[in-house]
Design a protein around this ligand. Structure first.
Ligand code: NAP
Length: 350
């Protein structure tokens, strides 16, 4: 089949570069347009972009001219890695002009008619697209992926939620520097340090899993009912967000039940052959000192989350440590997997 032409908005940033890397040799998608701010527009990508992720900038992309983020790009699908301060209206303009928008930005995640999607968790929420188009009169639409901590969290919670229920959850994050974009946190603030505040982050981690694990009822999502308390910290790792989780299950379960439920989780995507779907969305490790960001973040090409140290918690029942790659499963890889599901289900045939 012909590849689907795609564009990347915010292509020069931290997440935008990850999109470019993951899309450069994608079997279904082909980069047809790169867009960013006025600062980068009309420059060659190789000149406009200060490449900061490992591996070289793909040669085919270097000479492409960066465009403005306006809805006149030669493609059908755009991935948005725009900062929240501008993403909202720009993504709406693209959707209104007939583009499918797969967004990383927070702006539309909690809109009642916009799917907040992790394909292994809530693929049925895509049905909101029809409601969205009808209500807003758009030819295109917006689909979003969760925050970089909420995405791995929802993935790890999904099998536990389905089998046992969850009533309360505490999560303490240790988040990598790349999560702050480029140039991000000044080195003198973070070297030899950890910062116990990331603006707006705790609210996202507390709210987004409730929509993701919610049930589609008619044209709306009924949110999952559990209490989540999040404390978010910036630490001096480059990539890979670590989350220390304690939770209270809705019913009795042995440690073996919990481990087996996490380890056996596959989601419902296996038959669709989505190129970015990992064989094992959740990898469980038994060593006392894993997962670690440097050693484990690339599990499943960065699309698997890694769980370790599953043990009893005297306060809530069980606790474990979770690791997710923030710019892959928590951002670009997540949006690409969402787009693969859109393609597989015919949402890009327009
Ligand atoms: N980093 C992560 O781990 C992560 C994870 C999940 C979600 N996100 C979300 O993904 C988005 C991008 O984050 P990031 O970390 O990649 O940020 P970033 O490194 O600061 O990159 C921002 C990008 O947006 C472009 N941009 C800035 N102002 C613009 C404007 N007025 N119009 C058009 N383009 C503009 C920049 O282009 P120029 O180079 O031309 O300035 C750059 O390409 C944010 O919404 C963020 O919250 C990030």
């Amino acid at each position: 089949m012909d590849k689907i032409k795609v564009g990347v908005l915010g292509a020069t940033g931290m997440v935008g570069q990850r999109f470019v890397q993951l899309l450069a040799h994608h079997p279904w998608f082909e980069i047809a347009a790169l867009a960013a701010s006025e600062r980068s527009a009309r420059k060659a990508y190789g000149e406009a972009c200060h490449w900061v992720i490992s591996g070289d900038m793909p040669a085919v992309i270097k000479e492409m001219v960066v465009q403005e983020s306006t809805p006149d790009l030669a493609c059908r699908l755009v991935f948005s890695a725009l900062p929240a301060k501008v993403a909202g209206p720009i993504e709406e303009e693209f959707a209104a002009a007939g583009y499918a928008v797969s967004s990383n930005a927070r702006n539309h995640r909690l809109d009642p008619d916009v799917p907040l999607l992790v394909p292994e968790v809530n693929p049925d929420h895509l049905a909101l697209i029809e409601t969205q188009r009808r209500k807003r009169g758009w030819k295109g639409f917006i689909v979003t992926n969760p925050n970089c901590c909420a995405a791995p969290l929802a993935l790890a919670l999904k099998p536990l939620w389905d089998r046992f229920g969850i009533t309360a959850l505490s999560v303490v994050t240790m988040q990598a520097l790349s999560g702050a974009g480029y140039p991000g946190v000044p080195s003198l603030d973070i070297l030899d340090n950890a910062i116990p505040y990331i603006a707006g982050e705790e609210g996202k981690v507390e709210s987004e899993p409730l929509k993701l694990l919610g049930r589609l009822e008619g044209e709306a999502i009924r949110e999952a009912t559990m209490i989540i308390s999040a404390q978010c910290h910036r630490v001096a790792t480059r990539e890979g967000h670590l989350e220390a989780i304690s939770l209270k299950l809705g019913q009795e379960a042995s440690r073996e039940d919990v481990v087996e439920t996490l380890r056996d989780f596959r989601g419902t995507l296996q038959d669709l052959g989505l190129p970015s779907a990992p064989e094992r969305p959740i990898v469980v490790r038994e060593e006392n000192d894993r997962p670690q960001p440097r050693l484990d973040r690339d599990e499943g090409e960065g699309m698997s989350v890694v769980v370790g140290r599953v043990r009893e918690c005297p306060v809530l029942g069980y606790k474990f440590v979770l690791l997710g790659h923030n710019t892959i499963r928590g951002a670009a890889g997540a949006a690409i997997l969402n787009a693969e599901l859109l393609a597989a289900q015919g949402y890009l045939d327009f």
